[in-house]
Design a protein around this ligand. Structure first.
Ligand SMILES: C[S@@+](CC[C@H](N)C(=O)[O-])C[C@H]1O[C@@H](n2cnc3c(N)ncnc32)[C@H](O)[C@@H]1O
Length: 249
């Protein structure tokens, strides 16, 4: 049961909206309908996408929670297309804001095209250099890409000494098959928002972006369609808050 709050928008129209500092167990396409235009300061997300061809579907790369690796699908909910959700993300973002979208080489071209179609401008393609790699016959995969975009006018990142290639350890003891490091998300949050801003992640998984937002004194809002992952994320966030988090910015 989703709790909506009644809200009067700038035109004085009464609308249902969603509370911030919450994650919602729902399809992000449905959820984002309840987010006002130009109300979000930053989007950081790691959407579902197809895995790379040329990999191996043997035991060595079998992921916990994976459903259909041979078809390239990792999650049961893997069918959403970039063209379905990127325009919505663009709509809810404020003018002159940033957006970070994680992807692999197989999906990079489509992601760039759909981002541009939605109105985004490309600022950079960042690389997460992982300490571990996955097997692949066309060079071992030890990198993931982050497409760094802007809506509206260009603005600098807060720490202009940050490198394009970010070398950060993979997550040990994952709660989710494609859980990302909190440290990586914190770099993006600190560089593209300020304290008290709201960060949206439409594909929360285990809630990594929410934890990173809490750590850095930002608000968060996010969606996760899968009930099991949603419960994992909710538990992780609650446990984190109850353990008196020390904010580090
Ligand atoms: C790549 S994972 C995100 C992992 C996350 N970065 C983490 O650190 O745990 C993508 C997630 O999007 C979810 N998902 C897929 N389609 C969705 C939709 N339409 N709305 C919301 N969540 C969706 C999947 O269930 C999956 O958990």
């Amino acid at each position: 049961m989703i709790e909506y709050i009644s809200h009067q928008n700038v035109q004085g129209v009464k609308r249902k909206t969603l509370e911030v500092n919450k994650i919602y167990n729902m399809d992000c396409l449905e959820g984002m309908k309840y987010i006002e235009d130009k109300s979000i300061d930053l989007v950081i997300t790691d959407p579902p996408y197809k895995l790379v061809q040329g990999g191996c579907t043997n035991k060595a790369v079998t992921l916990k929670g994976a459903t259909n690796l041979k078809s390239g699908n990792v999650f049961s909910d893997n069918s959403i297309k970039f063209s379905d959700w990127i325009p919505e993300v663009y709509r809810v973002l404020k003018e002159n804001s940033h957006c970070y979208i994680m992807c692999n080489d197989r999906n990079l071209k489509e992601l760039l095209i759909e981002s541009e179609n939605a109105g985004f401008k490309l600022l950079n393609i960042l690389v997460w250099k992982k300490k571990r790699h996955s097997p692949n016959r066309y060079y071992l995969k030890n990198a993931e890409f982050i497409v760094f975009l802007r809506k509206g006018k260009a603005k600098n990142i807060n720490n202009m000494g940050t490198f394009q290639c970010l070398e950060i350890d993979n997550v040990e003891n994952k709660l989710h098959p494609s859980e990302k490091p909190v440290k990586l998300m914190e770099i993006f949050i600190c560089n593209s928002s300020k304290s008290g801003d709201t960060v949206l992640d439409p594909f929360m998984g285990s809630g990594t972006v929410a934890i990173s937002a809490i750590n850095t004194g930002r608000k968060y809002i996010g969606f996760e369609i899968n009930k099991e992952y949603y419960e994992v994320a909710k538990h992780r966030i609650n446990q984190y808050i109850n353990n008196n988090v020390q904010i580090h910015i």
